[in-house]
Structures are given as structure tokens and as C-alpha cells.
Design a binder for this molecule. Structure first.
Ligand code: GDC
Length: 336
């Protein structure tokens, strides 16, 4: 008999890509759940059992985890800096999803639980300069995470740890560092910098605009991980025997200005930058140190930023050109 996997947040970016990967492998029965109405799921597959329900409610997590062997939890209210800085309470409410899923996992004797954490858990004082050394997993403590969203992720990481210690559920936790790629949000308020800047340059080129808006002074640094590398890292950690917390990120640190140059190259179109200093900026510098995951799990990323951005740019360009499905990937709020 095939094992049964539940993907929570399957209607979103990473959850949708993972569902697609599992269905290609055809090794598991798949249950997919998301709070969004099904017409707004980024990817949806008839071969899976699909549920649109609010996983903040215990009744729903209890129902959807019945007879499930493994759970992947990507379900949270999230977005780029523009969203998480202005919706701290909404972001923190995602703690209910993780809490109720863990309680239900214990009740329904699920065997393994994967939690998607974030680089936003890292201590802010270790990220106040550009081109900093990559963050090691130990840099999350002493705790001073991103307000709202980061606190929820750090708390939920610890809840996984204690459910493992106290109730014996096998947990896996990774910290994603700004994942990007096709079939993700690129407009509407939740989009992160790679998709937002691709969109802005595509629209500038299409309309012959000479200037784009850039949040901050463009000197802030990040590393960005392409979705296929993220899915491989997720599976490698899930299939490992370790319940340590791992970075799943890229070590290729760039400034926002450098990323814009790469996108200009792809577009073959140059723009002037209108720096908007009052927009949400987040930390000054952030990148991943992958030595721990490489040593323990053997995972490393394979796409350069340019390779990933070419695929992302082309996908967003096609979406804008064809005008189809744009609302799914550009909706800023979820109807309650
Ligand atoms: O939104 P984000 O990609 O999130 O922003 C990166 C940097 O790019 C910020 O300094 C932001 O001000 C700058 N930026 C410049 N122009 C724009 O048009 C723009 N749109 C956006 N969105 N940003 C622009 C993210 C979280 C995620 C996730 C990851 C984990 O923070 O928002 O939810 O957890 O971190 O690494 P970022 O990298 O700050």
C-alpha cells in the first residue's frame, strides 16, 4: 500500500511545486489542503484529494490528518517585506495552523512532520550590514527575529522540537531563504523582490518607461534560492534521519542593485532607479551558510541566480503577455 502524504498550503508556491514533484514520482497517495478557494490554487491536480479549508481550526486539521503518514506544513499567511511588515498579527496567527496540525498529528498517529521555517528567524543584530557572512543555524539565538512573522516561525520551530521530545513525533524543520521561481506571486502586495523586480522591468520595457521604483537604496543584500533547488533540499532533509534545523538557501549573496543588473541583462533593457527609502526594507544584509546542511545531508543548490532569474523572468513575461491567470498570482489578500 502507498503511504499517504498531506501537503498543507498546497495551493501556494512551494506546496504546489512539491505536490507536482510527488505526483511525477507516483510513490505516494496525496492529500492537498489550502485555505484558498480551489480556483485560486497556484497549481491543482485531479490525481490528489483536494480540500479547501481553514487549517487554523482544530476541527479541520483533525479531519484532514486522518490516516495520513507524513505531513508537510507550508500553510502560513506570508509574503515579501511589503506584506509581512504591514500584517504582523495576520502572520502571527499562522501559529494556530502549526499548533493544531501538531496536535492532530499526535492524535492521528502520523509518523513524520515537516515544518517550513524561514531565514526571518535570525537575530537582527547579525544582519545589520551588507555582504555579511552567511548565517549559520546557531545564529537564530539569542532570539531577536523579524517582528511578527519571524517570531511565529521561531516559536513554531520550537514547538516542533518539543512535540518531538515529549510526544515522539518525528519532525523535520528547514529555514528557507527567499525562494523564487515560476508559478509564484509576482504582483498585488505579497510578491518578493525577484518577482517584483522582474515584473517592473518587463512592464518598463513593454511600455517604454525609463524608470522603475526600488525599495530602499538598493545596496541591501540577500541570497535567493531557485524553487527546484528548494524542493530538492526539502526532500533531502525530509528523507534524512536528522531532526536538526537546517538552512535551505543560496550562498550567492547580491545587492538588490546587482540583481537589477542581472534582470536588465536578461531583458536587454536598462532602467533608471527611483529609490523609495520609506518603503519596507527589512534587514540590511542576509545570506545562507550551507556548511551544516552540506555536511549532514549532502544538499547543495545547483542554479545560479542568473539561471533562476531567466526562468522566472520568462514565466512572468508570458503571464503578462497572455493575460491569463494573472489574478491567482497577483492577489494580495485571501478572502475570509
Ligand atoms: O520582499 P523581499 O524579497 O523580502 O525584499 C528583499 C529586499 O528587496 C528588501 O530590502 C526590499 O526592500 C527590497 N526591494 C526593493 N524593491 C520591490 O519592488 C522591492 N518589492 C519587494 N518585495 N522588495 C523590494 C523575506 C520575507 C519572506 C521570507 C524570506 C526569507 O524577506 O519577506 O517572507 O521569509 O525573507 O528569507 P526579504 O528578503 O526582506
Amino acid at each position: 500500500m502507498k503511504k499517504k502524504i498531506l501537503i498543507c498550503g498546497a495551493g501556494g508556491f512551494i506546496g504546489g511545486h512539491l505536490a507536482s514533484r510527488f505526483l511525477k514520482e507516483n510513490k505516494y497517495d496525496l492529500v492537498c489542503a489550502d485555505v484558498k478557494p480551489k480556483e485560486y490554487w497556484f497549481q491543482i491536480f485531479d490525481e490528489a484529494e483536494n480540500h479547501s479549508l481553514d487549517l487554523k481550526e482544530y476541527e479541520n486539521t483533525s479531519k484532514v490528518t486522518k490516516n495520513v503518514d507524513y505531513i508537510f506544513n507550508f500553510a502560513c499567511n506570508m509574503g515579501g517585506m511589503g506584506f509581512i511588515e504591514n500584517n504582523k498579527a495576520e502572520c502571527m496567527l499562522s501559529v494556530l495552523v502549526n499548533t493544531n496540525l501538531l496536535r492532530s498529528a499526535v492524535k492521528n498517529s502520523c509518523k513524520k512532520y515537516f515544518f517550513s521555517s524561514s531565514a526571518c528567524v535570525y537575530n537582527g543584530s547579525k544582519q545589520n550590514q551588507t555582504f555579511i557572512s552567511g548565517l549559520k543555524e546557531t545564529d537564530a539565538y539569542p532570539a531577536d527575529p523579524e517582528d511578527g512573522y519571524g517570531w511565529e516561525k521561531l516559536f513554531s520551530e520550537r514547538m516542533c522540537r518539543h512535540f518531538n521530545e515529549d510526544f515522539g513525533i518525528d519532525t523535520r524543520v528547514v529555514r528557507y531563504h527567499n525562494i523564487y521561481g515560476p508559478l509564484g506571486t509576482f504582483d498585488g502586495g505579497r510578491e518578493k523582490a525577484p518577482a517584483a523586480l522582474c515584473r517592473k522591468i518587463i512592464l518598463a520595457k513593454k511600455n517604454n518607461f525609463k524608470e522603475i521604483d526600488v525599495w530602499g537604496d538598493g545596496e541591501q543584500t540577500r541570497s535567493f534560492l531557485y524553487i527546484d533547488d528548494c524542493i530538492q533540499g526539502t526532500l533531502d532533509v525530509f528523507n534524512s534521519n536528522s531532526n536538526e534545523v537546517f538552512n535551505v538557501g543560496s550562498e550567492e549573496q547580491v545587492s538588490i542593485n546587482q540583481m537589477i543588473e542581472i534582470i536588465e541583462d536578461i531583458a536587454n533593457y536598462k532602467v533608471n532607479k527611483n529609490y523609495q527609502i520609506d518603503k519596507p526594507k527589512g534587514v540590511r544584509g542576509r545570506s545562507s551558510d550551507n556548511s551544516f546542511i552540506q555536511k549532514q545531508i549532502g544538499w547543495k543548490h545547483t542554479h545560479t541566480l542568473k539561471e533562476g532569474l531567466i526562468k522566472t523572468y520568462n514565466w512572468i513575461n508570458n503571464q503578462i503577455e497572455s493575460g491569463t491567470n494573472i489574478s491567482k498570482f497577483s492577489k494580495s489578500t485571501i478572502e475570509k
